[in-house]
Design a protein around this ligand. Structure first.
Ligand SMILES: NC(=O)c1ccc[n+]([C@@H]2O[C@H](COP(=O)([O-])OP(=O)(O)OC[C@H]3O[C@@H](n4cnc5c(N)ncnc54)[C@H](OP(=O)(O)O)[C@@H]3O)[C@@H](O)[C@H]2O)c1
Length: 352
């Protein structure tokens, strides 16, 4: 069988999603990979990086002008903003600028994959219909994920390439300096509780402790993303991507406490954003005391995201069977996933 040449652009190369996708593509071995981000990254083997500001169409056009042999675009860039409405303009602009810079010059383009999430279902707004399904109706805008999908669908009309929209739950994996990183929120919060000699308390809203949730492992998401992008039966559609199991914090929290060798105390609702704001000095002392990697506090403290996730006092899950019916059958045990990511943080000397 003749292998066809595959060259991927991963947009948002330093992200929790983009970084883990790059690791997977590199491991597969038969992909050339280019990562895009403002910070750039190290070139090694079949992986190289381009530092580009995708908010600037001229910069995008100039810096991406050599990408004529791209076959797949994996879009997972993200610009954080304080309100749902403010997310729309920058996040739509970045996607538009990438597609407009690459699509006209890449005749072998086969697929553009768009990373979305359960915000498509209004999961961030309040109790949404569960299980959410890919066929569910859109909610009242503003919603950048939908604007991005509408743009992509319109751009694809009459073209040889196809698109997909991927909808993970909260993504759990290794990353630093990311606004949405639940594993590091939990790990640093637990590590600080231990340092202060206090038990581990769930900091979320009262109802959140017992809601039914699911997560998406960053590695599983990467494997599903490549599966969808390279299987024609998945073309021009959206897919929910989740671990395949459900859990409640009330069940998982004591297991997380066990891992960190902590007692559990009853939940106490608090804003992590507020309560953890004064802990930078403590973090610096902990780094010295435990001989850890010098990681800036800002790189491990996505406290606002912790408040967001721990504030879900309603069920938070989607139907993941469409992807499984399409032939992707992997699942991940959510408890094992958290332990694996905590172990990874230890190996990297971010926690002791
Ligand atoms: N994290 C989650 O739990 C989660 C869950 C479900 C869905 N999602 C969705 O998945 C998408 C990606 O999220 P994420 O959490 O992986 O994001 P992230 O960790 O914040 O990563 C964003 C990436 O975009 C790059 N970027 C930002 N602005 C840029 C610009 N102007 N030019 C070039 N690159 C830029 C960043 O690199 P530089 O800073 O170096 O530019 C970074 O590599 C988002 O749409 C998000 O809503 C995330």
């Amino acid at each position: 069988m003749v292998e066809t040449y595959k060259k991927a652009v991963v947009v948002g190369a330093n992200g929790i999603i983009g970084g883990n996708l790059i690791a997977h593509l590199v491991e597969l071995g038969d992909w050339d990979v280019i990562g895009l981000s403002r910070r750039g990254g190290k070139t090694s083997g079949k992986l190289s990086h381009i530092a580009v500001d995708l908010l600037d169409p001229a910069d995008a056009k100039a810096k991406l002008s050599g990408l004529t042999d791209i076959t797949h675009i994996f879009y997972a860039a993200y610009q954080d903003r304080p309100s749902w409405a403010e997310l729309v303009a920058p996040n739509l602009a970045m996607l538009v600028n990438v597609v407009k810079a690459i699509e006209p010059i890449a005749p072998n383009l086969e697929h553009i994959s768009l990373m979305q999430g359960y915000k498509v279902y209004g999961a961030h707004l309040g109790p949404f219909k569960t299980p959410a399904r890919e066929s569910d109706a859109n909610h009242m805008p503003p919603e950048f994920n939908i604007d991005q999908q509408n743009f992509l669908e319109a751009a694809q009309k009459g073209k040889a390439w196809s698109w997909s929209a991927l909808r993970p739950s909260v993504v759990v994996g290794f990353a630093l300096g990311n606004p949405m990183n639940l594993a590091s929120v939990i790990a640093i919060y637990a590590f600080m509780s231990k340092e202060l000699g206090i038990p581990l308390r769930f900091p979320g809203k009262p109802g959140a402790y017992d809601s039914l949730l699911e997560m998406t492992d960053a590695g599983l998401l990467a494997r599903a993303t490549v599966f969808i992008a390279t299987n024609p039966q998945c073309s021009n559609q959206a897919f929910n991507i989740n671990n395949g199991d459900l859990f409640r914090w009330s069940e998982l929290w004591p297991k997380i406490a066990d891992y960190f060798e902590l007692e559990v105390a009853p939940p106490l609702p608090m804003s992590l954003n507020m309560i953890m704001a004064d802990k930078e000095e403590l973090w610096k002392q902990m780094i010295i005391k435990h001989d850890l990697l010098q990681t800036p506090y800002s790189d491990v403290s996505a406290w606002g995201f912790g408040d967001f996730v721990f504030g879900w006092d309603y069920d938070f899950f989607a139907d993941g069977t469409k992807l499984r019916r399409a032939g992707f059958h992997e699942y991940v045990d959510t408890e094992e996933m958290f332990i694996r990511v905590f172990n990874d943080l230890k190996t990297r000397k971010i926690i002791p």
